[in-house]
Design a protein around this ligand. Structure first.
Ligand SMILES: [Zn+2]
Length: 88
């Protein structure tokens, strides 16, 4: 697995973390790169945005698909949400 270079989050510069792809997702890769930095502006802005636009207390983290290179939001409902699926 050492041949995979760890990408950095374009929003905060933190190294992204391998996160196990849920079995019922449409992503084909076995894992996703996710920025789990709680200081990430993308994540911080998400709370305001979700409250204003959807009236829900939630946010999202920056995600990148290692196969397609596609990026998008990964919805979370708390700071610790989804962290149990982090792959070390
Ligand atoms: Zn980030």
């Amino acid at each position: 697995m050492n041949d995979i270079e760890t990408p950095k989050c374009p929003h905060c510069g933190a190294e992204m973390i391998k996160w196990e792809t849920p079995v019922n997702s449409t992503w084909s890769a076995t894992f996703q790169w996710v920025c789990f930095n709680d200081e990430c502006p993308y994540f911080i802005r998400g709370w305001d945005w979700m409250m204003k636009s959807q009236n829900v207390k939630a946010s999202y983290r920056f995600r990148m698909d290692p196969e397609s290179g596609g990026t998008g939001p990964l919805p979370v409902w708390s700071y610790d949400a989804l962290k149990n699926k982090i792959i070390e």
